[in-house]
Design a protein around this ligand. Sequence first.
Ligand code: C2O
Length: 384
Amino acid sequence: TLGEKCPMGDKVNDKVVSCTDPNTKFPCPQPTPAPATAVDFKPESTVKRVRRPVHLLTPEEQEKYKEAVRKMRALPSSNPLSFTAQAAIHQAYCDKHYIYDPSSSKSNKPTTFDVHNSWLFPPWHRMYIYFYEKALGDLIGDDTFALPYWSWDTPAGMVVPAIFKDNSDDNPLHDGNRNPDHLDTLVHLDQGDTSELIPFDATSQDPEYKAGVFRNLCVVYQQQVRLGTDAPAFLGSKFCTQSTGRQGQGTLERMAHTAMHVWAGRSGPPPGSSCSAATGGFLNHDGEFSCQNDMGNLGSAGRDPLFYSHHSNVDRMWHLWSTVLGNKGFDDDTWLDASFDFYDNYKNPQLVRIKFRDVLETRNLGYTYDAESEKDLPWMKCQL
Ligand code: C2O
C-alpha cells in the first residue's frame, strides 16, 4: 500500500497494487499457491552483516558469494527466492506489470506502477536487496553473509569487478549480456562523458587517466553533496502518478546509478543485424525487442548478478548521505508508512510486509557498511 493523497489531487494512492499480468509472456512473481497473509517485519536485533567492496574480498569470501548465487540459481523458478523469480520481481515492478486497482481509473487504461522515478526508489531497492542478501546467506547457512558492493565511487573500484567477469568454470556471477567494450575500461560515471575508453589501471599516472578518475569522483560529489541538498533532490520527488518520468528522480537514481546500468549493459545487436530474439533481444513491455540488456534495461537488469552488487553501492550512497553527510529523509507519513510485501525464507517462503520507516537505518535490517570505507571518501575532495 502506498499512502494517501497527492497534492495535485491524484487518487492513485492508498491502493494496493497487484500484478495482474494474465499472459505468460512476462513473468509475474506470482506466489504458488497464493499465500493468505503477510506477517509484519520485525527489526533485527543485532548487526551481523558488514557489506564490503567486491574488489577487496578475500578468495574465500569470493567463493562464498559464488556458492550462494550458484545455489540461488539452482532453485526452481517456482520458488519466489530463486534467482529467476528475484529477477522477475524487478521486472514486474518497473515494466508495467503492476497496476492500480483498475476500478479506480477513469480511462480504460489502468495506471501502471513503477518503483523508479520517485521517492519510492531508495527504500524499495533497499528492501529488495535486503531479502536477496538474506536468502543468499540462508542458502549457504551463513547469517553473516553480506552483499558485497561494486565500489565505483573509489578509484580502485572504477571497473566491472573481476569476480563477475571470470567465466572459467561456470561462474554463477557471469552474465553474457554485458557490453564487451566496457568490461576492462575505466567507467564513465557521467553518462554524457564521451571521452575515449581507457584500460582500467588503478595505479596509472597518465594525466588523461587521472582526469577520468577525477571526473568520476566529481559526479559522485555532485550527486551526494552539491545537488543532493535535501530529501526530494536526493531521494526523488513524491510519488503521485507513474507518469512523472525521469523528472521525479533524485540524484541518487539519476546520476551514477543510471550511468552504470547503461555502462554495463549490452548496447545493441551485433553490427549489421537488427534486434530480435535471435540476436539476444529482450521483449519489452511494448512488445518490441530491445537489445539493451541485461543491466542496460530496467526490465532485464535483475538477470545480471552484477545488478545486486551495483545496488548495494547505490544503497551505500544513501547510507552515507544520511549518516556521514548528516542529511534527513522525508518527514511525511505517506512515505514513512508506505509498505511492500517481499518473500523471506527460501525453505518455506513467507510474505513479509515491510514499511519504509523500517528501513531508514540499516541497523534495523541487521547490516551495515564497512567503517573503513567511510574514513576517506575520495569524492569529497572534488570541490568544484
Ligand atoms: Cu530498479 Cu538500478 O534499478
